[in-house]
Ligand binder design. Sequence first.
Ligand code: NAD
Ligand code: UFG
Length: 336
Amino acid sequence: MPKVLVTGGAGYIGSHTCVELLNAGYEVVVMDNLCNSKAGVLDRIETITGKKPAFIEGDVRDYDAVKRALCGVDGVIHFAGLKAVGESVKKPLLYYDNNLGSTITLLQAMEEMGVNAIVFSSSATVYGDPATVPVKEDFPLSCASPYAYTKYMCERILEGACVANENLSALLLRYFNPIGAHESGIIGEDPNGIPNNLLPYIAKVAVGQLPKLTIFGDDYPTRDGTGVRDYIHVVDLAKGHVLAMDYALTHKGAEAINLGTGSGSSVLEVFHAFERACGRELPYMIGPRREGDVPEYFAETTKAKELLGWVAEKDIDDMCADTWRWQKGNPNGYEE
Ligand code: NAD
Ligand code: UFG
């Protein structure tokens, strides 16, 4: 079976993707500098799959280390990057350096080592505030933060590399809102400090570590006034990466593909689904809108189905039940 280098493979989406790659028979090498993750996740991947990925602790901006990591590798899934939108506004140079630097260094090392398939973590954030929903891959792109610009620019860098090297294949996967955890409850999302994102925040309220959820605005032009997003189970997303790797290894050129469910849920709908998952009412209040938030978006998913044969299978109740199982069993995340 082919061998895949997974950059950022110790992180949230990367760890779930390692599980699905190993289950599908791929050989896996993880490269991660652990700036937002813990090495202990690799033992947990082994607990789930019976196989432990090879691990290289290192930075993807280190050309020589990446070249060594690429020995014998057939394709790369590139998750490594910084992802906090608010932090990117305060520290733009850190984000440009890390996210662009890692992608450019990786592509240079791939060229040198003759590796011609890459799957890249992009984001629905490249659509900005879309004029209509569902959002299609050919919609105009617009960026509202340095983080969004890094995803936009990496997509253009990868497209340019495919024009220059006709053997190269690059899949630009635009994730909508990944949530949930592996159904075993053994791996999940473990953000540092107070979470910025909705699901980890609700989970910490449910486990008693935060007093209540503040809903950022209930006066949006949506069905209940709260923001609507396309939440996608992280295991569905991980399976999409396995199919994307299969595709990248057998095709040439660049393709941008949405990975979402194709329907949206409001903040209140997600909140109530989480209450069902944990079996009790949870405290919340309505606060002001959060700067930069858009009212509503969800994905058009036809392209993922046609090119990859991928459709999301899990619903919002699965996502909340799996998040709750992980949070309840691991109230302090990966810390022992
Ligand atoms: P994460 O922070 O859990 O994982 C990223 C991993 O990359 C971490 O383990 C971190 O230590 C590592 N890393 C960062 N910079 C590195 C570098 N220079 N060298 C080596 N390792 C490095 O984040 P995630 O949620 O798993 O996201 C994975 C990717 O998907 C990111 O590129 C992110 O921007 C993108 N994405 C995430 C979301 C989301 O909501 N989680 C949405 C859209 C896109
Ligand atoms: N929300 C609250 N209270 C909270 C947190 C979030 O009401 O405490 C609301 C937000 O206003 C929004 C929804 O919950 O309506 C989802 O917010 P998240 O922060 O979970 O997710 P975003 O849609 O804002 O952002 C996510 C990723 C970004 C990515 C973006 C587009 O975090 O990295 O999707 O893909 F850029």
